[in-house]
Write a protein that binds this ligand. Structure first.
Ligand SMILES: [Zn+2]
Length: 370
């Protein structure tokens, strides 16, 4: 950096003749030199988007569309998304160790990751640097980790119905409530985790409403609970499975939902729009969903004697259109009369709820949330 300092000294003397220089970008160095405030969250250092734009000299060449940030820096387009770990340098994808965050309206950029990613990019460095007068490190409060439990169906949408008349919507809601209760008991005193439900009673909630709620409350995990039925309502159908999305789609206007989750795979959006948005999609959210699904399936396998049908990819509406990690678990086949009788037993429902909760807790531990 000695050369750099020398150049800057020369620039200082000959400002009229050399107003502008290009240097290899070193964000950490820039933070030090410009005395840019950093924010420490869970031991990771962040700077505000404004500071990054200042470092890049891109204060006038950036844009934001919902959660997506676009920066035009010299000839390179830098794109990333809040809560995502993907960064696009033109068409090249880079991955952050921790996602870009938004805390109290401030977009926060992880320093180390961007330092690594942008090290090959040059930066316009002019003499008009204005170091701020004070150096400060602000420790922000950690954002709560928000879990949204989604009991499938409800109200006029009954879901599957058993041979003896047990309704899926009731089983899903009861298990969801037991799961929440168990989680709250286990997380007692841990105020950083908040649990919400898409419905608390027997009411109809459309699939777009469920997705919208997940977006509105900025859920970190979407956890949907269902009870299965085979298409032919076979009394021999048996087992439990947990689904994760194959792809995430982010649409400003959610497509209307099919009446039941069975047909969700057929839902397709406007593909031209999707093509534009897909490259910013969070494959990390898909990966995280799979990890969560594995934990949950493993815990169910510990408690249930029915066949383990494994974790599977599927484009259920609520998995596809929620931006966060999302799973949908089918706890058993209601069309199987034996399963139906078991599911009438509150102890069985409690055991299933606890298994689901334990799977989620395993994931929270794995991700150092608790
Ligand atoms: Zn269902």
């Amino acid at each position: 950096m000695r050369i750099k300092k020398k150049i800057r000294a020369i620039v200082g003397l000959t400002i009229i003749f050399i107003p502008f220089f290009c240097f290899a970008l070193n964000i950490r160095e820039e933070i030090k030199e410009r005395k840019i405030p950093t924010y420490l969250i869970e031991n990771n250092s962040y700077i505000s988007l404004k500071s990054l734009l200042k470092i890049l000299g891109a204060e006038d060449s950036w844009g934001r569309v919902e959660d997506r940030i676009f920066i035009k820096h010299q000839d390179i387009e830098i794109k990333f998304k809040i809560n995502s770990t993907q960064v696009f340098l033109d068409k090249k994808v880079e991955y952050l160790g921790v996602p870009v965050k938004e805390v109290e309206g401030e977009i926060l950029i992880p320093v180390d990751d961007f330092d690594r990613i942008l090290s090959g990019v040059s930066v316009a460095s002019s003499v008009s640097k204005e170091p701020s007068s004070k150096e400060e490190t602000i420790v922000t409060k950690n954002k709560s980790f928000i879990i949204l439990i989604d009991p499938g169906h409800g109200g006029s949408d009954v879901g599957a119905t058993g041979y003896y008349g047990l309704k899926e919507k009731d089983v899903n809601l009861d298990i969801a409530k037991r799961m929440r209760e168990y989680l709250e008991k286990e997380l007692k005193g841990n105020t950083s985790v908040k649990i919400y439900m898409t419905r608390e009673e027997d009411v109809y909630v459309s699939l777009p409403e469920r997705v919208q709620m997940a977006k509105d409350i900025r859920a970190d995990v979407f956890f949907s609970i269902h009870t299965n039925s085979s298409l032919s309502r076979s009394p021999d159908a048996n087992g439990f499975e947990t689904y994760y999305p194959g792809v995430k789609e982010d649409l400003a206007f959610l497509p209307s939902s099919p009446p039941s989750e069975v047909l969700d795979e057929e839902v397709k959006g406007d593909t031209s729009l999707l093509n534009i948005l897909n490259d910013l999609n969070t494959t990390s959210a898909v990966d995280e969903s799979r990890i969560l699904a594995d934990f949950v399936q493993e815990r169910l396998a510990e408690r249930l004697l029915t066949p383990d049908r494994g974790t599977r990819r599927r484009g259920f509406y609520v998995l596809r259109y929620t931006p966060m990690p999302a799973i949908l678990t089918e706890i058993g086949f209601l069309c199987n009369p034996n399963v139906e009788l078991n599911l009438r037993d509150a102890e069985v429902r409690q055991a299933i709820a606890e298994a689901l909760a334990k799977g989620l807790l395993d994931y929270l531990k794995f991700r150092n949330v608790i």
